[in-house]
Design a protein around this ligand. Structure first.
Ligand SMILES: [Zn+2]
Length: 431
């Protein structure tokens, strides 16, 4: 049911933005001030409140990035494809008119015969400066910025395009509300509510099943690996599973890498992390602020490469390492993946009962977990598992942190010729 999934994902993201947009609207509006004195042109752009403006622009990116499945034209395309007969003519006309206005923007800019639309300016600034490092966009921007006033005017357009995008998102949301009353939509929902109900963690069939479950926490940027309603009961979802997700998010290496790689957290805020000796937070999509609390956190080994990258070492002091809690958080992910790939029946099989007791109650699990000592950080979360006859091995990779585990008691995960002591830490999950 791709269309329902897309509508749900759109609404979920839209609500996050609406909350921030409401707060931002109370702080004032965007202003561009241009003054000329002694033949010197001075331009300045005022945004209502810096942090919230950044947050708003970051969240809006998903609706305005042509590569994103929540790109507003993709959402509109899907609504048209499935509900063309329900959409009133005036709604279609309104979208087309607004879309055209938004692309062109309110002030026409023409440089050397080339007309620069608001959409083009937004994409160039997004790719070359705000979000990305596209060399092509950067060269073009450098050329344009040599023209007076263009700098501030461009940023003004970047922000007004983003705000227009929000108005369009509001319109899409209103359109979805309209569609929801149609019998076509009601039939889709009715089909969708025919699902099997059994919690793969506590095995209950009588509990409430009103929510989906993110296999990896949503705050790690996961919006794809989701178990649909019927797989996890509300009590587990809001209770122990949420505690385990929280533990994983606060596990120091994960928390540190999250600030580097995740654009925003579940609550829509820019990622941040607080450790014993330092705190870090994302201030813009390409800027991270590190605040040290004592000298143990001072940055050492500063090295600048030819390409402008900086190599540094920083020591983070955290709480006492709890292998068992980390293990439970990862086993929760692993069992969720079994259900995602193989369905209810396999995930509820008795061969995973020991793993279930370990996840839910913290009962000792007679196996080990391996953590790779070194890794190359990257922005993805990945999981690979094998459906072997007598064991269920997993590799979980969170931003370059590698974990190896077996969801079953046998065989015991241990060092061998391939997995050596030099490369991995080994922790027992027994006690
Ligand atoms: Zn449950």
């Amino acid at each position: 049911m791709q269309i329902l999934k897309s509508i749900k994902a759109f609404k979920h993201h839209y609500f996050k933005i609406r909350k921030i947009a409401t707060k931002l609207a109370k702080k004032g509006s965007l202003k561009l001030k241009i003054s000329i004195s002694d033949n010197i042109i001075d331009e300045e752009l005022f945004t209502p409140e810096n942090y919230k403006t950044v947050q708003f622009v970051v969240l809006m990116r998903r609706f305005l990035d042509q590569k994103d499945n929540l790109y507003y034209k993709n959402v509109w395309g899907l609504l048209n494809e499935h509900f063309a007969d329900v959409l009133p003519q005036e709604t279609i006309k309104y979208f087309e008119k607004f879309d055209k206005q938004m692309i062109e923007g309110d002030i026409g800019i023409n440089i050397n015969g080339e007309s620069l639309t608001a959409e083009k300016i937004y994409q160039i600034l997004a790719d070359g400066e705000y979000f990305g490092n596209s060399r092509k966009a950067q060269v073009y921007l450098k050329y344009l910025k040599e023209i007076p006033i263009i700098g501030a005017l461009f940023w003004y357009k970047f922000h007004t395009y983003t705000m227009d995008g929000f108005k369009l998102a509001q319109f899409l949301f209103d359109t979805i509300v309209q569609i929801k009353n149609s019998s076509k939509f009601k039939n889709l929902i009715a089909d969708d509510s025919q699902y099997q109900k059994q919690c793969i963690y506590c095995l209950s069939i009588s509990g409430k099943f009103t929510s989906e479950e993110h296999i990896f926490p949503e705050s790690l940027g996961n919006d794809e690996l989701i178990l649909q309603k019927g797989f996890v009961c509300d009590e587990c979802n809001n209770g122990i599973l949420s505690c385990l997700d929280d533990f994983l998010l606060k596990f120091e290496p994960v928390a540190f890498l999250q600030v580097h790689f995740v654009p925003y957290k579940k609550n829509g805020q820019l990622p941040s992390a607080n450790f014993q000796n330092l705190s870090i937070k994302r201030t813009t999509p390409k800027n991270i602020a590190i605040k040290t609390k004592d000298k143990s956190a001072f940055i050492i080994h500063n090295k600048y490469s030819k390409t402008g990258e900086i190599d540094f070492t920083i020591s983070i002091k955290g709480k006492k390492f709890d292998a068992k809690m980390l293990g439970r958080a990862l086993y929760k992910i692993a069992l969720g993946m079994v259900a995602f790939d193989q369905g209810h029946e396999i995930a509820c099989d008795s061969k995973f009962d020991s793993a279930r007791n370990f996840i839910m109650k913290g009962q000792g699990f007679s196996n080990n977990i391996l953590i790779k000592k070194e890794g190359t950080p990257h922005p993805k979360i990945r999981v690979a598992h094998n459906k072997l006859f007598d064991c269920t091995p997993f590799v979980i990779d969170i931003f370059g942190l590698f974990f190896l585990l077996n969801l079953e008691l046998q065989p015991l995960l241990n060092f061998n010729k391939i997995i050596t002591q030099e490369q991995f830490f080994l922790y027992s999950l027994e006690k």
